[in-house]
Every structure is written in structure tokens, then in C-alpha cells.
Design a protein around this ligand. Structure first.
Ligand code: ADP
Length: 298
């Protein structure tokens, strides 16, 4: 069985219910969402989630949640005096607003120990991480993570990176763009979303986003663009795929995360890239017709 390791931060999600002051508690986070969809879509793969959590009951609940979903928890580290970050959703006139408590989260330390990363990655066939994974690391975490990923890549592991630009998690735009570009340089497959890249890197169109990441050295670049045309390049060949129109969008949360899982699931089973992109956009299409990040599509 092949091993996919998704690396990043899981958070407690508190989403408001119809009765004022009542919330539903769940778990979410970009790389967790992708792992959650990947295990549903890739039954032939071992999907593990690498993160750091606390030793408290809420952290135990996350481990149970992952295990119940079929996600391997071998690489979940326990931190003695930290716990999981949390976000709360506030609804105003149908719009979702987010408040975060994640500044001291255990996941900020997930890459503190380089040897631990190397040990985990030695078992991996595919490593998936994001700009958020990188953004939240403290101390030497970013250097450690990228060095361990580069070493795994040299040993033959495929590296897949979603740039997931979140300026609020970085000191400034320059710092974000520098680190995201460094991460791109150690990646085989890059999955950006054009609207964010246009704002923060100044890309005039999706082709510019594609070309910039191809220039960083990736074999495969797939540029998502909401309901608009997806531009890709794979092994030197360029093309486009048009996602199906969705007239009854309920909630676009995790569109990109589920798309990435759909793409990987098809790709690891040997699908050609255009076919894998079509499969990915069909997964995302079903996810945006449901509420929340984790929509049971299978
Ligand atoms: P992110 O969530 O990372 O910002 P996007 O919004 O670009 O990602 O969406 C990812 C994918 O989800 C798109 O490439 C497309 O396949 C699908 N998607 C997103 N929004 C829509 C929509 N309104 N209609 C149809 N497909 C969509």
C-alpha cells in the first residue's frame, strides 16, 4: 500500500446553529480536509495526517475523529503544554465571518524536530502540504520542513503543494511570497488558486500563475480559478479544463481542498492530468453543494 502524508494544522471549528448562542463543534483545516477527502476517494492508499496537538480531551477527540474517518494517526505528535487552535464562525446576512484562536497552537511546533520529519517522510510516497502549513510554523520550523521535504523528494517521494495564500498568517506580503516561492521550488505538483495569486503575486491572468510556478521547477501546475477555466501544465504540455457550472452553490468552503484530494486520487490511480482535473472539479462541485468543509460525498 502506498503512503500519502498530509502535513498541517487541524482546528476546532465552532459553527453557529439556528438557536442564538448554540454552536456545532467539529474539526477542520485545509490539509486535514484534503486528507479527509483523499481517504474517501483513494481506498488503495494509506492516508496519514501529520500534525501536533495537545494531551487534553479535545486533542483526544481529534485523534478519534481522524481514526473514525480512516486516517492514519501515526504522525500526530503530542505537545505537553499546548493544544489545538480554534475558530468560530459568525453569520451575518448569510455571510460567514471567521475569528481565530491559533497563535499558540501545538501545530506551530510540528516541524520543530527535523529528525522526526525525516523519519516520517522516509515512509511516504507522496507528501502534501500548503502555504498555511508553512505560515504557522515557529522558530526553525519552516526551514526544517522545507529541508525535510527536499530530502524526501531527492529520495523519490512526490511533493504536492497548495500555495493557499493567507496574508493574515504572515508578517507581510514579501515574507509570504518569499516562503511560498521557496516551497514551490521543492515541489513536483503545485495547485494554486488564481484569484489569490493575482492579488499577492500580481499575476495578470491564470497563465501567468501557471508559468511562474512552472519556472520554479514543478512538473505539474494546476491553476484553480473558482467556476472559471482551469489552466494546467504537465510535463511541458499545456491545456485547459472547464469545470461544470453549478447553479445551486451552498457553501464554497473546502472547494480547493476537496479538488486537490480528487486530483490526487485520480492521479495516483494513473489518470492523465486533464482526466484527473475533471474528476477533481466533480468532487469540488459536490462539496460546494453542501454546507461546511467536510461534506460526505461517499
Ligand atoms: P479555493 O477554494 O482554493 O479558493 P477555488 O475557489 O478556485 O479554490 O475552487 C476550486 C475548484 O472548485 C475549482 O477549480 C472548481 O473546479 C470548483 N469550484 C469552485 N467554485 C465553483 C463554482 N462556483 N462553480 C463550479 N465549480 C466551482
Amino acid at each position: 500500500m502506498k503512503n500519502l502524508i498530509s502535513v498541517g494544522e487541524a482546528m476546532v471549528e465552532m459553527s453557529p446553529q439556528s438557536l442564538p448562542g448554540h454552536f456545532h463543534m467539529g474539526f477542520a483545516g485545509d490539509t486535514l480536509n484534503t486528507a479527509w477527502y483523499a481517504i474517501r476517494l483513494s481506498p488503495n492508499w494509506n492516508v496519514s495526517f501529520m500534525t501536533a496537538i495537545g494531551r487534553d480531551k479535545t486533542s483526544d477527540q481529534l485523534v478519534s475523529f481522524l481514526a473514525d474517518a480512516g486516517i492514519d494517526t501515526t504522525h500526530v505528535q503530542r505537545h505537553d503544554d499546548r493544544t489545538i487552535g480554534l475558530y468560530m464562525i459568525a453569520l451575518e446576512k448569510g455571510e460567514r465571518h471567521f475569528s481565530y484562536w491559533r497563535g499558540q497552537s501545538a501545530a506551530r511546533q510540528l516541524a520543530a524536530d527535523r529528525a522526526r520529519l525525516d523519519e516520517a517522510f522516509a515512509q511516504a510516497d507522496l507528501i502534501y502540504f500548503s502555504g498555511i502549513t508553512l505560515a504557522v510554523q515557529e522558530g526553525d520550523g519552516r526551514e526544517n520542513l522545507l529541508a525535510a521535504i527536499a530530502a524526501a523528494r531527492s529520495a523519490g517521494c512526490q511533493i504536492v503543494f497548495d500555495t493557499n495564500l493567507r496574508p493574515a498568517l504572515w508578517d507581510d506580503n514579501e515574507q509570504m511570497c518569499d516562503w511560498v516561492s521557496k516551497a514551490a521550488e521543492v515541489s513536483d505538483m503545485i495547485l494554486p488558486s488564481h484569484d489569490d495569486e493575482a492579488v499577492h503575486f500580481g499575476d495578470a491572468d491564470p497563465e501567468a500563475t501557471r508559468d511562474r510556478y512552472v519556472a520554479a521547477g514543478a512538473t505539474t501546475v494546476v491553476v484553480k480559478n473558482g467556476p472559471r477555466t482551469i489552466h494546467y501544465q504537465h510535463e511541458g504540455r499545456q491545456g485547459v479544463v472547464q469545470p461544470a457550472i453549478v447553479s445551486d452553490v451552498v457553501d464554497t468552503t473546502a472547494a480547493g481542498d476537496s479538488f486537490n484530494a480528487g486530483l490526487l486520487a485520480a492521479y495516483v490511480e494513473g489518470a492523465a492530468i486533464p482526466e484527473a482535473i475533471r474528476a477533481a472539479s466533480n468532487v469540488a462541485r459536490r462539496v460546494i453543494k453542501g454546507r461546511g468543509a467536510l461534506v460526505p460525498i461517499k
